[in-house]
Design a protein around this ligand. Structure first.
Ligand code: GLY
Ligand code: MN
Ligand code: MN
Length: 441
């Protein structure tokens, strides 16, 4: 990570750029100012008095990595942005300690006590409100039409597509933090820790980030559980005889920015596990080919299509399928083995906004990135190959079924599937792989 002075300078440049762009968006959409609310912890249910940890409004974190409730960022064109810091406290709670204070210099900071006092700080004119908290907007006297106005939101989402140097530094560090967790889990898995919950706890300990700080719920999937794409209900016991494979999809945050990394491992000996190792190696090779083919100007959807072509080759190489690439892709067979999108924009959210302005083609329903690849985008490349009962049932009743080696598929099904996922930043030529740099592989 950069030292504090460099981080403060980069953050200052980031906020100066962001403020200018906010001013332009406000002007073009007819607003005089915007109040970006940090949020308030959401109740876990209406039946008791417990709350989820605060996930600050991402637009607020775009300016400041501060996780305090009922604060706000006020942007008025032509003025430095103002951080409105709520210093009212009660004796039950204290806000999270900030990781660092590098962000403070970019703002005029105004402290106030209690949300009621925030209303005194609003400028005159048409003030938009960004945040989930409708009750807070109302208590500030802002009309419903001022809350998250669609055209303003669309423009602000676009500001999340290309990352600034400050954001890229944070994303790289989020990869380095996650890499510590991945190394520790792999070691623990090899050493015989074979309960998903234990591996999850190893990860949290190694990254020194608590569960609510991870950008998404870790996916820790032993064996057949990897076929559940979002497997987050961790087994508390090791499978009888020990686990043979692990899919770990786990990230970390740095100043609000996320990493999103997946690796798949196999253990032991025998024909089935050797075939699964061959599949991991084939997915690893095709993932690396896709990373090398990232180039500014190419539609991301074309890369997703390329993943299916490459997967057809991998299915033949491992012996799962015999048909040609055109047949395997055209029949939908590759989509049965890889039903999700190739990747997504990454930033303040694991599935970051602004890159899905257009719908993908009907045969790519889950693709979240339909942009033309551009320098300073950050996105994941995460191909996989899974043995999902529902998808295999569809494949079995399709015209391509006879070209599939079903006995190999049933032998591999107990490993669930493979995914390899890296985070890339697009450069003038190609892309820099933040994940491989962090993991050292
Ligand atoms: N970890 C969620 C995803 O890879 O999209
Ligand atoms: Mn991902
Ligand atoms: Mn992931």
């Amino acid at each position: 990570m950069l030292d504090g002075n460099d981080l403060e300078r980069l953050h200052g440049e980031h906020v100066a750029w962001l403020s200018t762009e906010y001013a332009r968006s406000l002007g073009e959409t007819g607003w005089d100012a915007v109040l970006v609310h940090s949020g308030r912890p959401a109740p876990r249910t209406v039946f008791d008095d417990q709350f989820w940890p605060l996930r600050p409004t991402p637009h607020f974190q775009h300016f400041a990595p501060l996780a305090e409730a009922d604060c706000a960022l006020l942007v008025v064109p032509g003025r430095r942005p103002t951080l409105l810091k709520n210093v009212a406290r009660d004796f039950w709670e204290r806000p999270a300690l900030p990781e660092s204070e590098h962000y403070l210099a970019a703002f005029d900071v105004v402290e106030f006590a209690g949300a009621e006092a925030m209303v005194q700080l609003l400028p005159s004119g048409r003030v938009a409100f960004i945040g989930e908290d409708a009750a807070r907007a109302t208590s500030l006297g802002l009309p419903d039409a001022a809350r998250c106005p669609a055209e303003l939101m669309r423009r602000l989402d676009q500001l999340r597509v290309l990352k600034t140097p400050y954001e890229i530094v944070c994303l790289a560090e989020a990869n380095r933090i996650a890499a510590r967790g991945h190394h520790a889990v792999l070691q623990a898995f090899r050493d015989g820790a074979h309960a998903e919950l234990d591996l999850h706890l190893v990860y949290l300990r190694a990254t020194r980030q608590d569960d609510p700080e991870t950008p998404y719920k870790n996916i820790v999937a032993l064996g057949a559980h990897a076929a559940t794409l979002h497997h987050v209900h961790y087994g508390r016991r090791a499978p009888a005889g020990g686990a043979e494979s692990l899919l770990l999809d786990a990230g970390a945050t740095c100043h609000g920015y996320a990493s999103d990394i997946t690796r798949t491992f196999a253990l032991g000996a025998g024909a089935a596990v050797d075939a699964f190792r061959a599949l991991i190696a084939a997915v690893e090779r095709l993932q690396q080919t896709l990373c090398a083919e990232v180039v500014a100007g190419r539609p991301y959807e074309a890369l997703h299509d390329r993943a299916h072509e490459l997967l057809a080759g991998a299915l033949r190489e491992v012996g799962i399928a015999r048909a040609s690439t055109a047949e395997l892709v055209g029949s939908g067979a590759t989509r049965a083995f890889l039903p999700h999108g190739l990747g997504h924009s990454l930033g303040l959210q694991c599935h970051d906004v602004g890159c899905a302005e257009f719908s993908p083609r009907a045969d790519n329903p889950f693709l979240r990135n339909t942009t033309r690849i551009a320098e300073r985008q950050v996105f994941t490349i995460e191909p996989g190959c899974y043995f999902i009962d529902e998808k295999l049932a569809e494949l079995r009743s399709s015209s391509i079924a006879s070209s599939i080696d079903w006995s190999l598929v049933s032998a591999l099904a107990r490993f669930g599937g493979v995914r390899i996922e890296d985070d890339l930043v697009v450069c003038a030529r190609g892309a820099e792989n933040l994940t491989r740099a962090a993991l050292g592989d």
